[in-house]
Design a binder for this molecule. Structure first.
Ligand SMILES: [Zn+2]
Length: 414
């Protein structure tokens, strides 16, 4: 029994036709187009002997009951950012659908272990600025107090938007019961970066999602007249901040696989005729290894203190957000790698810079792995997001092989 990867590509195109426009995909979560997308998906699932329901957090589950209640989960997200690409998220749901079809056919509707496809609700967080909504509600990591107050651009709160979808915000964490028998979690996704493209490799086995440290760093000096203040008498907050800009490249280089970004810079008084009195930059640091991430953060703090001291300014750090690295399961990584080798003759192991829903089941101890498909241009969250059809087809075949291996592994472990 084999998957039909061409059918997945055809369905991806059908979805693009139905939910995209000249600016890209428009499947923003909790909108009419997203609801229509789900109806379309449910119609496809109706052809299979699966039980379909939506949980308390709005995640859609399709369950193929097996001899064992222990379940292999395959997850993805049908939602997109506004003006998004045609593959982000939905490649996995539709690839997973194809895998589910193959398993149904091969085992006559009754595989040895239960297999479940999940379409997580609002992975992107495009409307409320909170990504991984459905999966974090399900894993229990969602911060209820913070989420309760989120508003979209029109002032509508997240609980109100959910209510319109028939979802009671106060009960979203009851979806946790869906994970009761979860024995493994698999997710296929486009890479959204240039690593596989630069290596000329179609697919990669993902080692885990990066841990993230996100901070605001404020340097405080003194405003002074730009004409009357000699250069040696200045306490220039911008100079100290600017020296961080080069330093983070050295810190990242020393860390191995880590990345650092200064994404914003705000100056006060922010006028052309004054030395900068106060400068706030934001620093985003990511690494797959927790101790390496801690070292990157410590080095950045030390450098900021040195630059502050040398420039006669003060420095203050404020943490904006943080998440631990989520390393995936070593045996599943090996299975993923082997499935890619078998399909493409070549493989690669790489960490994931972006967060994905997979981080949530992984965070509650469910053995997890992801497979990446090469992204052309190394670009995503953009209508130009694309992948060669040949690579899309290979990804469905390799992912199906991974699902077979994972099913055997789950059976052997039960
Ligand atoms: Zn995605």
């Amino acid at each position: 029994m084999n998957v039909d990867p061409k059918r997945t590509v055809a369905e991806l195109k059908e979805l693009r036709e139905m939910t995209g426009d000249a600016n890209g995909a428009q499947r923003v979560a909790f909108t009419d187009i997203w609801v229509r997308t789900r109806e379309w998906l449910k119609a496809k699932l109706a052809a299979l002997p699966v039980e379909v329901h939506t949980d308390e957090a709005g995640n859609l589950w399709a369950t193929l009951k097996g001899d064992s209640p222990r379940a292999l989960l395959i997850g993805g997200h049908m939602d997109s950012v506004p003006n998004g690409g045609w593959l982000d998220g939905c490649l996995n749901v539709l690839g997973g659908l194809e895998v589910l079809r193959r398993i149904c056919a091969e085992f006559n509707g009754r595989p040895p272990v239960t297999v479940r496809l999940v379409d997580w609700a609002d992975e992107e967080g495009a409307r409320f600025g909170k990504s991984l909504f459905g999966s974090s509600a399900c894993s229990g990591s969602l911060n209820m107090d913070e989420a309760r107050g989120l508003r979209d651009r029109d002032g509508i709160t997240l609980p109100d938007a959910l209510k319109r979808m028939g979802i009671d915000f106060e009960r979203v964490k009851e979806s946790r019961k869906e994970l009761t028998n979860a024995a493994a979690y698999l997710e296929l996704h486009i890479e959204q970066g240039p690593v596989l493209l630069d290596l000329n490799k179609p697919l990669g086995a993902v080692l885990g999602t990066f841990g993230v440290e996100r901070h605001a760093i404020t340097f405080r000096g003194q405003a002074a007249h730009s004409g009357s203040t000699p250069m040696n008498r200045r306490r220039d907050a911008f100079l100290a901040a600017a020296r961080m800009s080069e330093e983070i490249y050295r810190i990242a280089a020393r860390s191995g696989n880590g990345v650092c970004t200064i994404g914003s810079c705000k100056t006060e008084p922010g006028i052309v005729t004054s030395v900068v009195a106060e400068c706030t930059i934001t620093l985003d640091q990511r690494h797959l290894d927790a101790s390496a991430l801690a070292r990157m953060l410590a080095e950045a703090k030390k450098a900021s203190e040195r630059f502050a001291k040398e420039g006669g300014v003060e420095v203050e750090w404020r943490r904006l957000w943080q998440i631990e690295p989520r390393p995936f399961h070593p045996e599943l990584i090996d299975m993923c790698d082997a499935s890619i080798q078998e399909t493409c003759g070549i493989s690669h192991r790489l960490p994931s810079g972006p967060l994905h829903d997979a981080a949530e089941p992984c965070g509650v101890g469910i053995p997890t792995v992801m497979m990446f498909t090469q992204s052309l241009h190394g670009i995503s969250h953009n209508k130009i997001e694309d992948t060669k059809e040949e690579h899309l087809e290979q990804s469905v075949v390799a992912f199906d092989r991974l699902a077979s291996r994972a099913m055997e592994w789950v059976t052997g472990n039960s």
